[in-house]
Design a protein around this ligand. Structure first.
Ligand code: SF4
Length: 415
């Protein structure tokens, strides 16, 4: 167990410890009355918790409903002064801020759907799951969904099924106006015929044309990798491939649908292929290829091997912490130990810096469901002054270009 002093002074350690142990809420907490976000039922695979902002401006989503939370040393209390304070075994650790609930969360689209059934904020960006449920959940004779996944439990409860371009655009505009979002992330599951990129393209084109925001897509790896050349051309900024597990046997066991349809090698090839596309234009649109893994579903050394492989091909790893969500096939499993995931995140930061990858450059993008590579710097004693200087300069360029794109889109729409 970590010392109280370490948890008080190292927000990345606290973020990881809260992911791994969760937190109970004291009766003094009135999250929604105090402007916080409702704890949504399991959504988008890994999120189910309370959205708060830790010191260092680290946004996070803390487990509050899963089985392991009952024995957590963490509790959240509201003090007499109205501040929310995280306690560890009864001792105050730090004050936190509730992630603000946007006013558009209460609004409806013109078609009569609650806006939160079309898209929700995850940290400070808008996440949209625009199409029907991933077909691994409906496969016959037996479903082949990933064992940790909750998407098929959730859709139709918190999320609307198919969403029209108009509905999504209304929500994106509301989130831009009300929450100042700069980035929209589209997420789909697997559909027969690899239709996910065709489904997403109309949404992407409209957002780029009308708002000029950054856009990312997270889908299975299309069998025709040339399709990503086109995504690069139309201004997509991020493609993300969730292969989750680098250990081949565990991949087959935990992700049977992904294994049968695409196989781990095709995921890896997509990550590598897309990283290469960074060299192409449009030069004024940033581009990253992400390989996404879940720490805690395989041994730490295997997660570290995945990080080293992803960064070796010029892509950026996204590392989630396994959360045994209620209702999933792995609901009864244990979350990882913090001690086991700290070295994984330390390597995440160091590998990205050593490879000179563009981390932390997207303006105003704080992510609650994962710890970002740049946030993991608090876990490393290594310093990279030249690379840090370059990243600061790069972030300024990205910010300026984005401001120009958003202003140009606004002028186009006003004309
Ligand atoms: S591919 Fe796996 S993780 Fe993604 S939605 Fe389908 S079952 Fe869930």
């Amino acid at each position: 167990m970590y010392q109280l002093q370490e948890l008080r002074t190292n927000p990345a350690l606290l973020k990881l410890d809260l992911y791994c142990k969760g937190m109970r809420m004291d009766d003094s907490c009135f999250i929604e009355e105090d402007g916080g976000r409702k704890v949504l039922r399991t959504r988008a695979g890994l999120g189910s918790g309370l959205e708060v902002v830790l010191p260092g401006n680290l946004w996070t989503n803390v487990p509050v409903t899963e089985h392991f939370v009952e024995r957590s040393p963490y509790t959240l209390h509201k003090g007499r002064d109205g501040r929310y304070v995280v306690h560890h075994q009864g001792e105050p650790v730090t004050a936190v801020t509730l992630s603000p609930r946007p006013s558009w969360y209460e609004e409806m689209t013109s078609s009569g759907k609650p806006m939160t059934r079309v898209g929700t904020l995850q940290g400070t960006y808008l996440g949209v799951y625009p199409a029907k449920v991933c077909e691994y959940w409906t496969e016959k004779p037996e479903k082949t969904n990933c064992k940790f996944c909750s998407v098929g439990l959730n859709l139709g409860v918190d999320d609307a099924d198919d969403k029209t371009v108009e509905e999504v655009m209304e929500v994106v505009r509301a989130a831009r106006r009300g929450s100042g979002i700069t980035y929209v992330d589209f997420n789909t599951g697997h559909y027969q015929g690899d239709t996910y990129l065709d489904i997403l393209e109309p949404f992407i084109l409209r957002i780029k044309e009308e708002l000029g925001l950054l856009v990312g897509v997270q889908t299975p790896p299309h069998r025709d990798l040339k399709r990503y050349d086109h995504l690069r051309e139309i201004g997509v900024n991020r493609v993300s491939f969730c292969f989750e597990i680098f250990d081949r046997d565990l991949f087959v066991e935990i992700c049977p649908g992904k294994h049968a349809e695409y196989g781990l090698d095709h995921y890896l090839e997509a990550v590598r292929y897309c990283a290469e596309l960074g060299k192409r234009g449009p030069k004024d649109e940033p581009w990253v290829s992400n390989g996404e893994i879940i720490a805690g579903l395989e041994p730490p050394e295997s997660s570290i091997a995945a990080i080293d492989w992803i960064t070796s091909v010029g892509a950026i790893p996204t590392v989630c912490v396994f959360r045994p969500l209620k209702g999933t096939d792995l609901a009864a499993a244990e979350p990882p130990k913090t001690e086991d995931v700290v070295p994984v995140y330390r390597r995440l930061y160091e590998a990205c810096m050593e490879a000179g990858l563009p981390i932390g450059c997207a303006p105003n993008v704080h992510v609650s469901l994962v710890m970002l590579p740049e946030e993991a710097r608090y876990l490393s004693t290594k310093r990279y002054p030249w690379q840090s200087f370059k990243l600061k300069a790069m972030a300024q360029v990205v910010r300026r270009r984005l401001d120009r794109k958003m202003a140009a889109a606004e002028a186009r729409m006003a004309a």
